[in-house]
Design a protein around this ligand. Sequence first.
Ligand code: IPM
Ligand code: MN
Length: 372
Amino acid sequence: MKLNIAVLPGDGIGPEVTAQAVKVLKAIAMEFNHVFTFKKALIGASAIDKTGHPLPEETIDVCKGSDAILFGAIGHTKYNNDTSTNVRPEQGLLELRKTFDLYSNIRPVIAYDDLLHKSSLKVKQIRGTNILIYRELTGGIYFGDKTFSEDGNRATDICSYSRFEIERIAHQAFKAAQSRKRKLTLVDKANVLASSKLWRRVVLEIASQYPDVELKCIYIDNAAMELIINPKQFDVILTENMFGDILSEEASVIVGSIGLLASASKGDKHVMFEPIHGAYTKAANKGIANPIASILSAALLLDHFGLVDEAALIRAGVDKSLHLQITTPDLNTKYDHITTTKVGDFIEDFINNPNETNLNFKNIHLGQSTII
Ligand code: IPM
Ligand code: MN
């Protein structure tokens, strides 16, 4: 298969982790005789620094000419306390999602047996967790009208949703549930918010078209608690933009590190694949950033194009690296010498030689034999 992939590394740790995902995709292309071409473009703080805009026209053109976008991370700490309404790096990502109508953000949350003890939660509560979050990505409070009063003492953000915006992602979430445990949970705040009332009405209506799916509707405050008390009760979660942002980051506690969570952002014409983590500016260029979320985002990209064996091979490489503790320091307290690049190299080599023994991997890639 031929695929043109737009690569938007972005800011902070984005370039380092994205480089590992590209490396892994190149190994897959070699192994399976695909032709993947990569074209880089600027976004975020690095784009502001170079062009004055967080999403330059040229980047939009590169994305338009691609089959898929691979995105890294966005943001910079220098903007943290900047509350002016001036241009911010995050606008680049939001504009990108809007421009390409990437309304459905799919975030898998899977607890790895090898990492259960890394979570702050109890092992018996999280073992076996496998949740798919459908986060609406182009509507809600993120994109509603925003105002700042002239005296600077009042501000508003409008949370607005139309039936159409809810329907299109709801159908996807119901269909995903049909192919899983047939359980869908709508998370809203329908006891207070008008937009949530519309979500609930529309989703309850649609439910009659999916009689094999058990639908539950719960409030966001309750969901935030249930997600860490008993994550296994969830199969597919459907929710609006901001609730999905918060819940998915909370869910990373189950998995052990936010550096593991990948996502796919899909529209009807375009697709993008992005880790859920941010730019983590202070970790940039230190070789400590976990590349797995980016590598697993690449696996989601392959899944999207039906390259399921290829995606499975990447996941097997990730599993192996976690099992052997060939991981960055966020997960690895035992060995502090395993860098972002080494994790990528390990998974790349696994793809090239999936049947090698563990011992060889360790010796070749770590240059030592002490951690057998
Ligand atoms: C995410 C991020 C973004 C969001 C930011 C960087 C705008 O937190 O992808 O979850 O809030 O959607
Ligand atoms: Mn987020």
